[in-house]
Design a protein around this ligand. Structure first.
Ligand code: ADP
Ligand code: MG
Length: 369
C-alpha cells in the first residue's frame, strides 16, 4: 500500500486511524488490475539449481533454488526503497503436485492461491515473482525468507513477552487490514505460515486458503482446527471475521506458549471453540486479556475488528497503545529478535523429488493456473 498508515496523532485528508484514503484507493486499484489480468511467465524447472529444502506443503514441497540462466528476467529484479536494483536469483519455489491437489479436490484453492498472490503488494506479505506449470506440477516462485517460521522461534522461546508478541501481532493486523480491504479472507493464520525475514519482521506466506469474497460469505470448512472460528465449525457461512478470531488464538498462543483451545481430541477442540471456552494465563496483563477476549468473541457483531470502526478498534485498543503504526509499516523499529541467517533456519524440512509425468496431467482443471 502506497503511503501507509500515519501515527495516531492524525494527519490531513485521512479516512480512519490516520491512513490517507488515497492509499486505500491506490492499493485496491493496483490489486484489481493485476487480479483481472494475471501475468504469465516463460520459465521452467530446468532453469534452476536446487539448493535446499525449506518446507513441506500439503501437496508438495518448498525449496530454495537458484536461477542459472542468462540474462536474468526482469521479474527477478526489483527496486528497493532507496532506488537500488536488487536481483534475486535465489528464490523459494513452491511445488504443488497436480495429482495430489486433484485428489484432495483443491484445484480451485490452488488456482486462487496463485491468482491472489501475484496481485498482492504489501511489506508483511510474501512477494510473488513468477509461476509456471509442467506435466506433473504447478510452481510458484517466491521471495526467499531466511529467518524461518515464527512457529519454530516460538517453540524455541517457549513463549514471547508481551512486547515481542505485540510487535509481531501489529504487522499481522496491518496485513489483515490490507487483505480485507481487497475483499480477501486469509483463512490460515497460524505460526507455521508466518515467516521471519532477515530484519526480524513478519512475512505472511501460504495463500492456499485465501479467497476473494468481497462482501459475500464463504462456507467451506478449511483451515487448521485450533484456529477455526466458531462460525466456520457451525457451517452457516462466514466472512473476514474468521481472521480476527484466528488473530485472537495467535495472540494468546504467542503470549502463553500454548493454544487456547488445545486438546488431543479434535471434537473436544471444536466443543471448546463453539463455547469460546478458554482461560487466560495468570501472567497476562489486563489489557492483553481484554484484547484476546475481544477477538475470541463468538458473537460476530461484538468481535473486535467486526464492529462499526472495523480494524481501528483493534489498533486503538489499550494493549496496542505504545505501537506507532506508521513506524511498524515503514519497518523503522529495530525488531526484538534478528535471526541468524548464516545458519539453516529450516532444519526440519525434508528433501523430496518433484513428481514427473510424460503426459500432461489434469490440464483442464488447472488451466487457469
Ligand atoms: N518464501 C518462502 N521462504 C522460505 N520458506 C518458505 C517460503 N514459503 C514457504 N516456506 C516454507 O515452506 C512451508 C510450507 O509452505 P506453505 O506455503 O505454507 O505450504 P502449504 O500450503 O502446503 O502449507 C512454510 O511453512 C515455510 O516453512
Ligand atoms: Mg502452510
Amino acid at each position: 500500500m502506497g503511503g501507509g498508515p500515519s501515527s495516531s496523532s492524525g494527519s490531513t485528508s485521512t479516512s480512519s486511524e490516520g491512513i490517507p484514503s488515497e492509499c486505500y484507493k491506490q492499493a485496491r486499484e493496483e490489486f484489481d488490475s493485476r487480479y483481472l489480468t494475471p501475468a504469465t511467465f516463460q520459465i521452467a524447472y530446468r532453469d534452476f539449481q536446487i539448493i535446499r529444502p525449506l518446507g513441506r506443503g500439503a501437496f508438495g514441497s518448498v525449496k530454495e533454488v537458484k536461477y542459472i540462466r542468462d540474462p536474468i528476467p526482469d521479474y527477478l529484479q526489483r527496486t528497493n526503497s532507496t532506488d537500488l536494483t536488487i536481483t534475486s536469483t535465489r528464490v523459494a519455489l513452491k511445488i504443488i503436485n497436480k495429482t495430489s491437489a486433484h485428489k484432495m479436490k483443491q484445484e480451485e484453492h490452488v488456482v486462487n492461491e496463485k491468482r491472489i498472490l501475484q496481485a498482492l503488494n504489501f511489506p508483511f506479505i510474501i512477494r510473488f515473482y513468477f509461476s509456471f506449470k509442467d506435466n506433473a506440477n504447478l510452481y510458484i516462485g517466491l521471495e526467499l525468507i531466511e529467518g524461518g517460521e515464527l512457529f519454530r522461534h516460538l517453540r524455541d522461546s517457549e513463549r514471547f513477552d508481551e512486547k515481542k508478541a505485540k510487535f509481531y501481532a501489529s504487522q499481522i493486523i496491518l496485513a489483515l487490514e490490507y487483505l480485507h480491504l481487497l475483499g480477501i479472507v486469509y483463512r490460515d493464520l497460524k505460526p507455521e505460515n508466518l515467516l521471519i525475514d532477515r530484519y526480524g519482521y513478519i512475512k505472511m506466506c501460504d495463500f492456499g486458503f485465501a479467497k476473494k469474497i468481497d462482501r459475500g460469505k464463504a462456507y467451506t470448512l478449511c483451515g487448521t482446527p485450533e484456529f477455526l472460528a466458531p462460525e466456520i465449525i457451525l457451517g452457516r457461512g462466514y466472512n473476514m471475521g474468521v481472521d480476527y478470531w484466528a488473530l485472537g488464538v495467535l495472540i494468546f498462543e504467542m503470549n502463553a506458549g500454548y493454544s487456547p483451545f488445545w486438546d488431543a481430541d479434535q471434537q473436544k477442540i471444536y466443543h471448546k471453540i463453539i463455547n469460546a471456552k478458554f482461560r487466560p494465563r495468570s501472567s497476562f496483563t489486563d489489557h492483553l486479556t481484554d484484547v484476546v477476549r475481544g477477538l475470541l468473541q463468538k458473537d460476530l457483531t461484538k468481535r473486535l475488528g467486526m464492529m462499526f470502526n472495523g480494524v481501528n478498534d483493534i489498533k486503538k485498543h489499550p494493549w496496542f497503545r505504545d505501537i506507532d503504526w506508521l513506524h511498524i509499516f515503514l519497518k523503522k523499529l529495530r525488531a526484538p529478535w534478528i535471526p541468524d541467517i548464516r545458519i539453516n533456519n529450516f532444519p526440519d524440512a525434508e528433501d523430496e523429488e518433484p513428481a514427473r509425468s510424460s503426459v500432461n496431467l489434469h490440464e483442464k482443471e488447472f488451466s487457469d493456473f
